[in-house]
Ligand binder design. Structure first.
Ligand code: SF4
Ligand code: SF4
Length: 57
């Protein structure tokens, strides 16, 4: 997963949507950790469509 930095407004919605607690909001940077199971809930939770799935996960 990756975040399009220019779109992200740091609302934190993706962090709360993740069932694996794999997303972390560090100041203005969104971090995905290896606990991510590719469920894509965060992509749907993001109000500005800033999260996209990468080819490699
Ligand atoms: S795809 Fe699912 S598990 Fe991975 S970061 Fe998003 S909400 Fe969490
Ligand atoms: S839900 Fe979208 S806009 Fe909000 S912090 Fe996550 S990536 Fe950024």
């Amino acid at each position: 997963m990756k975040v399009i930095i220019e779109k992200c407004m740091h609302c934190g919605a993706c962090v709360g949507s993740c069932p694996s607690n794999a997303i972390f909001l560090n100041e203005v940077i969104i971090d995905f950790h290896q606990e991510c199971n590719q469920c894509r809930r965060c992509t749907k939770a993001c109000p500005v469509g800033a999260i996209q799935m990468e080819a490699g996960g």
